[in-house]
Design a protein around this ligand. Structure first.
Ligand code: MN
Ligand code: MN
Length: 302
């Protein structure tokens, strides 16, 4: 363990803030988060590199107690490892770093939660988690399908991240929620994969509940692209997409997911400077608090 503290120091930059209630050292924690301040393939409005620091800073303004899940962060032992030092330029080396860091946490029996950064980083963490859990399934909240084969000359672009994940995922099981933007080809792919879960606003998350029911007890990787939310609620993101969802929709999803085994996840695409009110960051921090609690529940359920 001591070796990791040393190595961890080398791997993670701990200069910035720390998420509310977290520890810097491992000390028996079973959950760990780290930041990936990268937005190198963002084509429209960059700024997701500032996501991890904004989430950490804003987290201190939240309550530690979640009435919905009846859990308190102060009762959860988790580590904030800091953020990866990111090389400028291409995504491949960044994705490799993310895979490496995720693997390090898994080797220590720590469930990883990654704060982005842009969505391209997910294929790195999913690759590491899928090596540990061969029956891993992927649940994606996003406005965008992210099923392009390549985009702007790279197949590691954030618009291709689910294509990459499907290549890696042995189960080939992907469930997509909230997708409302993409190319015709991507929507054809969605049909082929039968991956889209229609989220009905009058009875939210019942379709997700049905779709995930056969997978009770199976390991789930949860990837949350924050542009799933409506831009009126969360304008601080690089590619906002009208027609999105609200907190009550998210709360309904939490109620479904809390029965399941969430073994890892990420929260991506917060670009805090695009929202001068700061509310996007507060929302992202609250999403982070919720997912930390889901990870904790899945340890208890295990
Ligand atoms: Mn998106
Ligand atoms: Mn995305």
């Amino acid at each position: 363990m001591k070796g990791f503290q040393k190595e961890g120091k080398h791997l993670f930059n701990q200069d910035g803030g720390i998420f509310m209630g977290a520890k810097r050292l491992i000390q028996n924690s079973k959950i760990g988060l780290f930041g990936v301040p990268y937005d190198g393939t963002t084509s429209f409005r960059p700024g997701a590199r500032f996501g991890p620091s904004a989430i950490r800073e804003t987290s201190n303004g939240l309550e530690t107690y979640c009435p919905q899940l009846d859990l308190d962060l102060n009762d959860i032992n988790f580590t904030d490892f800091g953020s990866l030092d990111i090389p400028f330029g291409d995504p491949e080396p960044v994705i490799k770093l993310v895979k490496n860091a995720t693997k390090k946490l898994l080797d220590l029996n720590i469930k990883p939660l990654i704060l982005g950064g842009e969505h391209s980083i997910t294929s790195g963490s999913v690759a590491a988690v899928a090596e540990n859990y061969h029956d891993l399934i992927l649940v994606q909240l996003d406005a965008h399908a992210d099923l392009r084969n390549d985009w702007l000359g790279s197949n590691y672009n954030h618009a291709c991240t689910m294509t990459k994940c499907l290549e890696i995922l042995p189960s080939k099981k992907l469930f997509q929620l909230g997708i409302r933007s993409g190319t015709r080809k991507e929507f054809e792919r969605i049909q082929e994969e039968k991956s889209l879960i229609i989220h009905e606003k009058d009875k939210p998350a019942t379709n997700l509940d049905k779709a995930l029911n056969p997978f009770l007890g199976k390991p789930i990787y949860l990837t949350i692209d924050l542009d799933w939310f409506d831009p009126s609620l969360l304008p601080g993101t690089g590619t906002p997409e009208p027609g999105g969802y609200f907190w009550n929709d998210f709360a309904a999803i939490l109620n479904v997911l809390k029965k399941h085994q969430i073994v890892a996840g990420d929260i991506v695409e917060l670009a805090p400077q695009l929202d001068q009110t700061g509310i996007s960051s507060i929302l992202a921090a609250k999403v982070t608090r919720s997912i930390l609690m889901l990870l904790n529940l899945s340890i208890k359920n295990n």
